[in-house]
Design a protein. Structure first.
Length: 243
């Protein structure tokens, strides 16, 4: 445990209260109920000790982006009574050869970025007799550096993907371009509109919209996010919340 665990624990609790208050205000500005918005703590840059402190501070869901690191955290933490009821999500790029390290261990995979990956996850889940809850990652902004389905590609593939037997598609996920609140807003509203269209096309609820990170979560909540993924603003004492 880090030597300054007490003061770091106090920071985590105070920061969590501030983040939740900001989510509440952003929801109210949009005429939404903040209870529709879940926040997960992205623990990819911290170790198991910090995750445990964050759990004590009230966080109940964690996001990891690398299968090995996910495994390391689960080994260190599972079985601890304080972690009972907490969950881990996979939020990062998933390579096909790592699928078996992830399925059955996480509550939700946010990052199904292609039809091939959806099929591969489905096949491996079927072989294990499980069904994985997943989100389809969409490259709404069209940046070359971002992974995910192009919107048109998803329109074409979505009925096949939601029909795969080893996965249950719960909604969509996206990442906004860094540095511009306007571009973030367009990205998040684009995700929301795409979800409306895909619900009509598939008849599925697609209820989860995973969007919003430390720099843009308030905009995301205003634009309909139901799941914000927060890393630096949760764990980094040097990170200043905007505004
Ligand atoms: C790291 C990461 C986050 C959290 O980003 P912050 O800016 O630290 O809040 C959210 N989503 C994904 C996919 C990430 O990789």
């Amino acid at each position: 445990m880090r030597p300054d665990a007490t003061s770091y624990g106090r920071f985590l609790a105070e920061r969590r209260a501030e983040v939740l208050a900001r989510i509440e205000r952003a929801a109210r500005r949009a005429g939404r109920d903040a209870a529709e918005v879940e926040a997960i703590a992205v623990s990819k840059t911290v170790g198991p000790d910090e995750v445990l402190l964050a759990r004590r501070a009230g966080w109940g869901a964690f996001g990891e982006n690398r299968p090995q690191e996910l495994g390391r955290k689960l080994e260190a933490l599972s079985g601890l009574p304080e972690m009972a009821g907490a969950r881990f999500d996979m939020i990062g790029n998933l390579q096909k050869n790592k699928i078996n390290q992830v399925i059955g261990r996480v509550a939700l995979i946010h990052s199904i970025s292609s039809e091939h990956l959806a099929e591969a996850v489905s096949t491996r889940c079927e072989a294990r007799g499980i069904v994985a809850d997943v989100l389809l990652e969409v490259n709404v902004s069209g940046e070359a550096s971002k992974s995910g389905f192009a919107p048109d590609e998803l329109r074409e593939a979505v009925e096949r993907v939601v029909g795969l037997p080893g996965i249950s598609v719960r909604g969509l996920m996206t990442m906004a371009p860094a540095g511009s609140a306007d571009a973030a807003r367009r990205t998040f509203s684009g995700l929301r509109e795409l979800a409306v269209e895909l619900r009509a096309r598939t008849g599925r609820a697609l209820e989860t919209l995973s969007c919003g990170m430390s720099d843009d979560f308030e905009v995301a909540v205003e634009e309909g996010s139901t799941l914000v993924r927060l890393g630096r603003c949760v764990f980094d004492q040097g990170y200043a919340l905007k505004g």
